[in-house]
Write a protein that binds this ligand. Structure first.
Ligand code: DGL
Length: 270
């Protein structure tokens, strides 16, 4: 039973994408201890089967539970769509589980009733149809236009953002006729806030670009507050684990969390 205010928040993703969520959480809740797990050995998740992502997620949950996390944030849309229900069941008594899809569904249904809304994400997220199912249940007359954009996460992992190549690939995807004229576009992959500027440049203010990391952090804050689980540590600690150490991951992590950061390797399977 880890559900105590002084215990850390556990956050995981396939790689660096979830750092956008971790960064938003740290900015909003600076007194929380944080454990981040990037499953770099199995990246990208977006083209894996549901069963494979479920298996990775359970292994990572075991690591985060061992480290006494009070809440596990699935900072990955692909894993949120494939493994949220399973993880909730799996860690039920020990920790809470939060995903990055439900907070965005709630936000969009409140702000964009009757609107044309786009979604870009990995193949796993788009094929799961989870966004359209959940939006339909809320009956807000929102028309969802989804497009899988599988090149984007690997491109970002390779450090291609804010340059000509990333701008061209983004423009090519967003010109796809299946998206059309949109009131808002959901960034349905936690890697994409890193290319938010290119996406906004493409739309030139015509379409609002929705960053799930901010919405997810706000939702986590309200949840911890309502459960009496917010921490007030004077010396909060953050630890970063990866299932396969890479220099590029360490460099990206430092971009978000400063040069003193130590990256620790933690294999999921031996
Ligand atoms: N950042 C993840 C997501 O939100 C995964 C991207 C990937 O590994 O394919 O979907």
């Amino acid at each position: 039973m880890n559900k105590l205010p002084e215990n850390p928040i556990g956050i995981f993703d396939s790689g660096i994408g979830g750092l956008t969520v971790a960064h938003a959480i740290k900015s909003l809740m600076p007194h929380e201890h944080m454990i981040y797990f990037g499953d770099t050995a199995h990246l990208p998740y977006g083209d894996k089967s549901e069963a494979a992502i479920q298996a990775f997620s359970v292994k990572i949950a075991n690591v985060l539970l061992q480290k006494k996390c009070k809440v596990i944030v699935i900072a990955c849309h692909s894993a949120s769509s494939a493994a949220f229900e399973l993880l909730k069941e799996y860690v039920r008594h020990e920790a809470h589980v939060i995903n990055v899809i439900d907070p965005m569904i709630e936000f969009v249904s409140q702000k964009f009733s009757g609107a044309q809304v786009g979604l870009i994400g990995t193949k796993r997220t788009v094929q799961s149809d989870v966004y359209s199912k959940k939006l339909k249940e809320l009956n807000k007359n929102i028309t969802l236009h989804s497009l899988a954009t599988p090149l984007l996460a690997p491109m970002i992992e390779e450090g291609f953002f804010n340059n000509k190549i990333s701008g061209d690939i983004v423009a090519q995807y967003l010109s796809d006729s299946s998206l059309g004229e949109l009131d808002a576009l959901i960034l349905g992959c936690t890697h994409y806030p890193l290319i938010k500027k290119e996406i906004e440049d493409f739309y030139k203010g015509r379409t609002q670009v929705l960053d799930s990391s901010l919405v997810a952090a706000q939702s986590l804050h309200s949840f911890l507050l309502s459960e009496g689980l917010l921490n007030n540590a004077s010396k909060p600690e953050s630890h970063f684990f990866v299932s396969d150490y890479t220099e590029s991951f360490e460099a990206s992590t430092r971009l978000f969390f400063g040069q003193n950061l130590r990256l620790e390797a933690h294999r999921l399977w031996d």
